[in-house]
Design a binder for this molecule. Structure first.
Ligand code: SAH
Length: 259
């Protein structure tokens, strides 16, 4: 009997934000394939003898997507119950879609376990609602991984700027200078509020805020590193109005604001 593969989202990192289903599956699966994105507190929940790290980089090579796909099929064909654990939601920039298609093409039964995506949760815990009746009627989730100067760029920054809604960029720490410039060239005001939320809901979560004009300097001064989301739009200023009363800043979180 072929086993089932569960494409499970871990949520943004705080184990309290796992779904009940994700937690049950982590406790019962024969093997859990994961990388580092779920964060230290979630990874600690997976017993060592059932964990397989497919995201190693320091020292060992990072397992390729093709190898992960094959491994999922191999384990399932051995009859094992497999959890493929992914940070955030498995179908939001997580390559979960590719894995689902591969499993289907190879006749392996699978289930998708949706989760709290960092695209919404990281801003939220920083006091930033991605939509707001007064400030943003739409929100776009965008990869910042691409070079905006690339001719065939899949992300149309000009069109995004024109929506007037919130833009949440994932995988966008490195290329922040490029798309901040692209958005300004597309006509977005230099004083548009921007926030960077690093390791949202992890014990060492940090938040840094600025504007489209200052945010690159803010990033550099704070030393913001992946994983982090960039929130661009009027909603980012909500944080200032609520932060004093925001109880879900994690106790030991260092908060960096450019004032
Ligand atoms: N499937 C994930 C996203 C995977 S892409 C989700 O739904 O959240 C990887 C990117 O996710 C990172 O580069 C970062 O932009 C974002 N990310 C994931 N976890 C995060 C967290 N706890 N805090 C801030 N950003 C996070």
């Amino acid at each position: 009997m072929t086993g089932t593969v569960y494409l499970v989202g871990s949520g943004p990192g705080d184990p309290d934000l796992l779904t009940v289903r994700a937690k049950r599956l982590l406790e019962t699966a024969d093997v859990v394939l994961h990388d580092k994105l779920p964060g230290p507190e979630i990874i600690d929940l997976v017993p060592d003898d059932r964990a397989e790290d497919v995201g190693k980089r320091a020292g060992g090579e990072r397992t390729s997507q093709a190898e992960i796909n094959e491994r999922l099929v191999e384990l399932a064909r051995e009859g094992q119950t497999v959890v493929r654990l992914k940070g955030g939601d498995p179908f939001v920039f997580g390559r979960g879609g590719e894995e689902a298609e591969y499993l289907a093409a190879h006749g392996v039964p699978f289930e998708v376990v949706p989760a709290v995506t960092s695209a919404v949760a990281a801003p939220a815990v920083a006091g930033i609602p991605v939509t707001h009746r007064d400030h943003a009627s739409s929100v776009s989730f965008v990869t910042g991984h691409e070079d905006p100067a690339k001719e065939e760029s899949a992300v149309d920054w000009e069109a995004l700027a024109a929506t007037g809604g919130t833009i949440v960029v994932l995988m966008g720490v490195g290329r922040l200078p490029d798309y901040a410039t692209a958005l300004r060239e597309a006509g977005m005001a230099p004083d548009t509020p921007v926030a960077l939320v690093e390791r949202g809901t992890w014990p060492d979560q940090r938040v840094a805020t600025g504007t489209l004009k200052t945010i690159v300097d803010v990033r550099d001064e704070a030393g913001i590193e992946p994983p982090a989301v960039t929130v661009i739009g009027e909603v980012a200023a909500t944080r200032e109005r609520v932060v004093e009363w925001l109880a879900n800043e994690r106790d030991d979180a260092a908060v960096v604001d450019d004032g």
